[in-house]
Design a protein around this ligand. Structure first.
Ligand SMILES: [Zn+2]
Length: 218
């Protein structure tokens, strides 16, 4: 039976590159894939999935209230679809995640979702919460913090270069996202108690080959 997959990570881990490569592998073998990307922050009907290393592909857009099962089932009736790919899956509604599960269960088409687990405040996105709850297969796409440890969190830097501590879940504009380990994320968010900074310094000296973070330790 086909499965519903959730490949999750923080920002800049290469999720989109993985998605485009996997879709390409299907198409290279003459198979048909359907690609979806969030339309919440895009205009028009056709979206573009593009990765940081220059790969791109056209995709259908999903927005709140869309019935993804109906769209795939209709397409599948006249052209056999071999795999569904969903980028920015964190923006799916809970009901849409169930629709994707039905695509796997009833149409027997595998569904590969790629997205962020948490936002800059460390809270689960709606789509990610539902996917973590019901996907058959959870895969973490790993990237590293500046200290070399696994990055699981993200901070958002505003146009002034400062870390945003509150605000909308998604900011459109010139904001930059930086992936960090949980410990450095807490430090950047100003959540570490003063006593903890002694601990940070000791751990950093041990694990970080370069004093990349020296200015905030002192
Ligand atoms: Zn770190």
């Amino acid at each position: 039976m086909a499965k519903l997959y959730f490949n999750y990570a923080t920002m800049n881990a290469g999720k989109t590159t993985m998605l485009l490569q996997a879709s390409y592998n299907y198409r290279e073998r003459g198979m048909t894939t359907m690609l979806f990307v969030a339309g919440h922050y895009r205009k028009g009907d056709t979206g573009l999935i593009s990765s940081r290393i220059g790969l791109e592909a056209e995709a259908e857009m999903f927005r709140d209230g869309d019935d993804l099962y109906a769209r795939v089932a209709e397409h599948h009736e006249h052209t056999t679809v071999h795999c569904i790919f969903v980028d920015e899956a964190q923006f799916l509604e809970e009901e849409q995640v169930w629709q994707l599960a039905r695509i796997a269960d009833r149409l027997n088409i595998p569904v590969m979702c790629y997205g962020l687990r948490t936002d800059f405040q460390g809270k689960l996105f709606s789509g990610s919460r539902a996917l973590l709850a019901i996907a058959d297969d959870l895969r973490e796409v790993r990237t590293i913090c500046r200290c070399g440890r696994k990055a699981t969190m993200v901070v958002r830097l505003g146009p002034d270069g400062k870390v945003a501590k509150q605000g909308e879940q998604v900011a459109i504009g010139k904001d930059v996202y930086v992936s960090l380990c949980r410990q450095h994320w807490e430090e950047e968010m100003g959540r570490a108690a003063p006593d903890d900074f002694i601990g940070f310094a000791a751990i950093e000296a041990e694990t970080c080959p370069q004093p990349c973070h020296a200015k905030t330790i002192v």
